[in-house]
Design a protein around this ligand. Sequence first.
Ligand SMILES: Cc1cc2nc3c(=O)[nH]c(=O)nc-3n(C[C@H](O)[C@H](O)[C@H](O)COP(=O)(O)O)c2cc1C
Length: 403
Amino acid sequence: MQRLRATTIALAVTGSIAAYKSAALARSLVQRGARVLPVMTRGAQKFLGAATLSGITGEAVSDDMWDASFAGEMHVSIADAADALVIAPATADVLARLASGRADDLVTAIALCAKGPILVAPAMHPRMWGHPATQANVARLIEHGRVQFVGPVFGEVASGDRGFGRMSEPDDIAAALVAALSPKDLATRRVLITAGPTFEDMDPVRFIGNRSTGKMGFAIAERASARGATVTLVAGPVTLATPRGVRRIDVRSAVEMREAMWQVASPDLSGVDAVIMAAAVADYRFSAIAPYKSKKQGEVVSISLLRNPDIIAEFGAARTGAFPALVAFALETIGGAALVEEARRKLRSKRVDVVVANEARSSLGGDDASVLLVDEISHAPVPLASKHDIADAILSAVARRLV
Ligand SMILES: Cc1cc2nc3c(=O)[nH]c(=O)nc-3n(C[C@H](O)[C@H](O)[C@H](O)COP(=O)(O)O)c2cc1C
């Protein structure tokens, strides 16, 4: 979760009712490890107390660049200290000021002077957002190429009206910031990732599934996208939100997953640069799916199962050179040297580059896991870490193979 550790973020709040949400945003940034320097316009202080932001961030709120007790130039000091500037909420008025390069208040002066990324999360009534003057300001800011918009999104605004103008949720703004600050070592790379379980239907109401939640694959997709990759996520039946910027294809069974993957990769695998198979694909499916709910039978019943395709092994067999990079997962109930042995056996039999080996009891369902990254010559433990940190370790191994 600590994806913003060792960063300093200037959080500028302007005069919209959505200012109350910037308290949650400040908290979210602090929880992600950032030092947050709060800045407020005079308008913002009509909606949110400075004490709230100061209490959450542990920093004094800056609001007046003419404050004589400040030694030096306040806007330059904050711009120098901040790795990124987030303006959330951003009013129609501040967009106008930013678009015309004004610097007559602290927020716009910092924006002109900022070194790093500037994220702007507009919040206003849909008619204000849709007004040609606002849209012209947005177009101008996009043309300048200096700010990145997060939202606004469609939904209900303070007046009860619905439309585009609602501020993005604090967690989505925080995720956009994490992405903006991530290295772009996977830029131009096309990465295909699978996640979650597969469900193999027996009849219209019953199926065989497994306990995979999809969290690992979704974390890999989120981090790959943040690192600049073009990501396609083929997801089994899970209820997780699609990470920002990721194309998602929902499937149910192993056969559907295979079909979706081959469509993305194309038969000669030229459609992808890396494939990361984090899904827990069922090894077997029912030999036939009953069209009606099967009736209760005797005390013991037997079912007939067919072997499912081993999708990553098919990719391994189809690959001729070193591309695409292939990563498989091995979830085992064994540990230690036996786990490494099993991972390497899989690596060879499936002809993949890296096997991410983990023990079921330490990784299924939770937010943290510990894994081994096993390749042909080495095995590197990634000790207990968040699934996002493990995702980064896997993606670094992939990035090294793509140079
Ligand atoms: C109750 C109230 C709610 C407002 N809500 C918004 C809003 O959501 N978005 C917006 O762009 N302006 C809103 N305004 C107008 C701005 O506060 C006003 O344009 C102000 O000058 C913005 O200054 P600032 O950008 O320096 O904070 C609101 C004003 C009032 C009185």
